[in-house]
Design a protein around this ligand. Structure first.
Ligand SMILES: Nc1ncnc2c1ncn2[C@@H]1O[C@H](COP(=O)(O)OP(=O)(O)OP(=O)(O)O)[C@@H](O)[C@H]1O
Ligand SMILES: O=C(O)c1ccc[n+]([C@@H]2O[C@H](COP(=O)([O-])O)[C@@H](O)[C@H]2O)c1
Length: 177
């Protein structure tokens, strides 16, 4: 929620789509059932500009590069921006076809405690350094031609999904449907 609201404000986006993932390609452990996570996401995020979607289940894609290609094909009139936290920029070079992602959509990166430096020093940040939009011009990201990316130093929130799940007494075991 924090990332969505800050990103929407910082980059002046019309909408944010939550892509509730059927399964992260880099995480060995399977998540809770998709339907359950969609319902939970809709319960916590009730904002007129935020759409919770299971679109990766419909497109049959897991890797972000494939999902974005499918989305651009399905919605050629929409200007998509990929949003993620700084931790993901730090390891972005490990993602499938990460350069293709950089080359096909603008990328908005939101600061996260502990990951600001590793993100800025990351291979992806360095390789694409000349395509970086300064934080002061953040509002231009949505209309920028890819490759373009912007790191924003918004107020940070020190939480993780894992920690929130632990609070609820759920240790990450897959729950029944
Ligand atoms: N506190 C945070 N600050 C900034 N970005 C965040 C924060 N928490 C999550 N994100 C970003 O939100 C997206 C979804 O994150 P996810 O649901 O996997 O949470 P996570 O806390 O990164 O998970 P985990 O606990 O497994 O590390 C990612 O792009 C991640 O970088
Ligand atoms: O495409 C990839 O290789 C890839 C690798 C890691 C993460 N992602 C996507 O990034 C999003 C957030 O992932 P995570 O690990 O922070 O939960 C989610 O949509 C994942 O599918 C994508």
């Amino acid at each position: 929620m924090h990332v969505s609201l800050e990103a929407m404000k910082a980059f002046g986006l019309d909408r944010v789509w939550w892509l509730v993932s059927p399964g992260n390609p880099l995480k060995a452990r399977g998540p809770a059932p998709l339907k359950r996570r969609i319902m939970a996401a809709r319960e916590v995020m009730q904002h007129p500009k935020v759409e919770v979607t299971d679109i990766e289940a419909l497109t049959g894609t897991r890797a972000t590069a494939d999902t974005l290609a499918a989305l651009q094909k399905l919605y050629p009139q929409v200007r998509f921006v990929w949003l993620m936290g700084a931790d993901n920029l730090a390891q972005f070079h490990r993602w499938k076809d990460w350069r293709l992602i950089m080359d096909s959509v603008p990328v908005g990166v939101v600061a996260r405690p502990g990951d600001r430096i590793s993100a800025r020093m990351s291979p992806a940040a360095q390789i694409y350094a000349r395509y970086r939009i300064d934080g002061q011009a953040r509002h231009l990201l949505g209309r920028a031609q890819a490759p373009a990316w912007c790191f924003v130093n918004v107020p940070m929130v020190d939480v993780s999904s894992t920690e929130i799940r632990t609070r609820g007494g759920w240790d990450g075991e897959v729950l029944p449907e």
